[in-house]
Design a protein around this ligand. Structure first.
Ligand SMILES: *[C@@H]1O[C@H](CO)[C@@H](O)[C@H](O)[C@H]1NC(C)=O
Ligand SMILES: *[C@@H]1O[C@H](CO)[C@@H](O)[C@H](O)[C@H]1NC(C)=O
Ligand SMILES: *[C@@H]1O[C@H](CO)[C@@H](O)[C@H](O)[C@H]1NC(C)=O
Ligand SMILES: *[C@@H]1O[C@H](CO)[C@@H](O)[C@H](O)[C@H]1NC(C)=O
Length: 315
């Protein structure tokens, strides 16, 4: 009886023991994602059933390794966190080779995972800043958009076909902006830039773009265009006015012809309660107000040449 129970429970016990310990002995898959000097550490989540699991990140630069006898520093924002990513941008602040490790705590048990290789912020991937050009008046405005801070832009400017005499402008501070005056419609201005991150001595080049300020429409042409617009507006207004005075009554008849209601409909109108029929004659001073009894109904009659909406009361 007892041995039977043990026999049936043993495989189950073995299954849990193997799975539990193997989950805690398999390191997480950790990797560093560094773009434009933003360093994000990511790792796979622990595949074990823990009632509480959390992660803490530590790092060790060359300074800690050689001068502080190999101590580890806690990543400030990543202690006992539940998410599987950590922003180390502010922690890894020198061009040092950093060792990075993650401590996973699962119901009091600890698992250490170390990043397979050291990370140096010089390995960050630089994205080429976007260079945009806008023409405003006689100025060409050049802007660089990027998430990089502390970037230096070396901008080369030249007239098309004269690159050997390009002038170099250095833009050091955000917003990375430059503007230059140019002759309208005459010369094409070309721009090429290099973005340099001095902190890690890394740079990337921004492709050449050329732009021309369009010729302004002359004052004479502008006057002619305004005159034409005025003549067209006056003509349209005149035609509309003529149409209104000459065709007005016909238009009114076309659109305002009132169909007399067939008596059949009027007779079938089921009225059981008194109806208040109001009407206004063509004389504004002579409103007509009649209170009708239950059987009375309203209809329209002709009065003295005018088409007056009158009330005829029938019993
Ligand atoms: C580890 O993560 C990297 C990047 O996230 C991925 O390319 C790789 O396939 C993963 N390896 C394993 C064993 O999950
Ligand atoms: C450095 O660590 C070693 C062993 O880990 C220890 O014996 C030694 O005293 C430590 N030195 C200092 C300065 O902390
Ligand atoms: C992290 O996990 C440990 C043990 O698993 C627990 O003692 C601790 O309270 C947890 N921390 C947080 C912030 O949940
Ligand atoms: C920066 O890098 C260039 C090559 O890309 C190299 O010639 C130069 O010496 C480096 N400067 C510093 C200060 O490391």
């Amino acid at each position: 009886m007892t041995s039977g129970l043990i026999k049936s429970l043993f495989p189950l016990l073995l299954y849990f023991t193997i799975n539990y310990s193997s989950a805690l002995s398999t390191p997480l898959n950790a990797s560093m994602h560094s773009v434009n000097m933003m360093h994000i550490l990511k790792w796979s989540i622990l595949k074990a059933s823990c009632s509480t699991v959390n992660y803490s990140v530590q790092f060790q630069g060359e300074y800690e390794l050689y001068n502080l006898n190999g101590t580890w520093v806690d990543a400030y924002d990543c202690q006992e966190i539940s998410e599987n990513r950590c922003d180390l941008t502010h922690d890894l602040a020198s061009n040092s080779d950093y060792s990075i490790r993650i401590k996973t705590t699962c119901d009091g048990q600890k698992l250490w995972t170390q990043l397979p290789a050291t990370f140096n912020r010089r390995d960050t991937v630089l994205l080429v800043p976007k260079m945009t050009m806008n023409v405003e008046g006689d100025l060409i405005q050049v802007d660089f958009s990027t998430t990089l801070s502390d970037m230096t832009v070396n901008l080369e400017v030249w007239k098309e076909g004269d690159e050997q005499n390009a002038l170099i402008h250095v833009i050091r501070a955000y917003p990375y902006h430059f503007s230059i005056a140019a002759h309208r419609g005459k010369e094409k201005m070309c721009f090429k830039a290099e973005a340099l991150l001095e902190a890690i001595n890394k740079s990337c080049s921004i492709d050449t773009q050329c732009v021309i300020i369009p010729k302004q429409t002359s004052d004479f042409m502008r006057l002619v265009m305004v005159s034409i617009a005025v003549v067209v507006a006056v003509t349209v207004a005149f035609i509309l006015g003529w149409l209104a005075t000459h065709l007005g009554p016909q238009i009114k008849q076309t659109f305002c012809y009132r169909e007399t209601i067939p008596n059949v409909l009027l007779d079938d109108w089921p009225t059981r309660t008194p109806i208040l029929c109001t009407d206004v004659s063509l004389e504004p001073t002579d409103p007509l107000l009649l209170l009708l009894s239950a059987e009375h109904q309203c209809t329209t009659v002709q009065l003295g040449g005018y088409r007056l909406k009158e009330v005829e009361c029938r019993t």
